[in-house]
Every structure is written in C-alpha cells, then in structure tokens.
Design a protein around this ligand. Structure first.
Ligand code: CA
Length: 221
C-alpha cells in the first residue's frame, strides 16, 4: 500500500510496482489509510512523510504500537535529505527510507529486498509450507511431491494464504486481495472456493490445511 498525497508519485509507483506483479492499493489520507490497512492487511507500506492531517511519522508510530500491524514493513518516502530526519524516521519504527526524487529501479529493489528480509514467502518463486509447495513461475501446486490441479481462483487463494501461514484472514480481506475487480462477490462464493481448495489440497492426506475460524475467517494451518 502506498500512502501519499502527490497523485503523480502514486500513479508512477503504482505503474512500476504493478509491472513487477504487485497488487497496489493507495491512500492520500492518513486516517483513511489506517482504516484501509485493517481491511486489507498489506504486505508492505510505502509511507510519505509529509501528509495532510496525520503525518507519516505519526502513522508509523501508531502502526508500530499495534500488535496486529507492527510486523508490516514500512518504507518512508521523504523529500527531506537531512540526516536528523532519517534518524527520526527510523526511530519511529520505519524499516527503511527512500529520499525523493528516487529512481523506480531503486524503489523496486528496496521493496523486493525488504519483503525478502521480513517474509521470504511473499516474494520467492517457490514457497513451501510443510509438504505443500507452490511454484509461482510455473503456477503449479504440489502436495507430497504430487502435482495438484487447481482452478485459477483456488490457486490465487492458496498463493495468498501461504504468504502468512497460521494468520487468519477474514472474508473481507480475502475479497479485497483476490477478487478486488469484482464487487459483486458474496461471502458464499468465497466459501465455495475455499471448499474447492480444501478438497483439492487435502486429497489422500490426513492433515487438513485450511482452517476455518468461526466468525473470523480462514487460515492456512
Ligand atoms: Ca506529501
């Protein structure tokens, strides 16, 4: 997620990150951004320093004190090149910072590096959870080394859940991250795809990997 009030920067960053295969959400308002973060649980936040009402530093401090959000890596975007400001940014809990104007190659390199550092399973080509393996390049799924055929939505679901095993995602979060182009998806539809995914990956195995958490959502567990 990018939190930035300069539209031209948002457009460019979005364009470049989407080209890399990332899904990008944007917010120009700090308070709205905090609400949106709760809804979608982003993997990383690009946070502008100078924002109307809530500043980037304040947003960073708030997120880093919340148990649910403090693990989300933050890169501060700042026009300030002063040493003191960089230190202030890092002290408020930011994981990295990048000074404007920045090259998009540098931004992408920083994003990739930070994601790899905090959560290797977000950016790796092949990601494994116990005997389950997702090959993102060939879009193939294996359990106990046997290939499992999944439909496109089931693949997206598994690919999303395996980024953070054990973490519970609400239906709203799954909807935002997997079906965001389709506003007419009902909870029932999500449940149907979860059921299909569960049937496919749990075949011939004793362990059920998709856990239903009552009134909360689903987790790969
Ligand atoms: Ca700004």
């Amino acid at each position: 997620m990018i939190i930035e009030d300069e539209e031209s920067i948002v457009t460019l960053v979005k364009y470049n990150l989407e080209k890399e295969g990332y899904k990008v959400f944007s917010n120009s308002n700090g308070e709205k951004a905090l609400e949106h973060i709760k809804e979608i649980a982003p993997d990383l936040i690009l946070l502008d320093w100078m924002l109307p009402n809530l500043s980037g530093i304040e947003i960073c401090k708030i997120l880093k004190t919340e148990k649910k959000h403090k693990h989300i890596p933050i890169i501060m975007l700042t026009a300030k090149g002063e040493e003191e400001d960089k230190i202030r940014g890092l002290n408020s809990g930011a994981d990295d910072y990048i000074t404007k104007p920045f090259s998009h190659k540098e931004l992408i390199a920083r994003v990739n590096a930070l994601l790899r550092r905090v959560n290797p399973s977000v950016s790796e080509d092949i990601v494994e959870y116990e005997d389950l393996k997702v090959d993102r390049i060939e879009r193939k799924v294996f359990r106990e080394k046997k290939e499992i055929k999944l439909g496109p939505t089931e693949f997206k679901l598994l690919n999303f859940l395996i980024k953070n095993p054990k973490r519970v995602y609400s239906r709203e979060q799954l909807l935002e991250n997997i079906w965001s182009d389709n506003i007419n998806v009902e909870n029932r539809t999500i449940d149907v795809h979860i059921r299909r995914l569960r049937q496919a990956i749990n075949i011939n195995s004793k362990k059920n990997y998709i856990r239903t958490v009552r009134s909360a959502g689903y987790a790969l567990d």
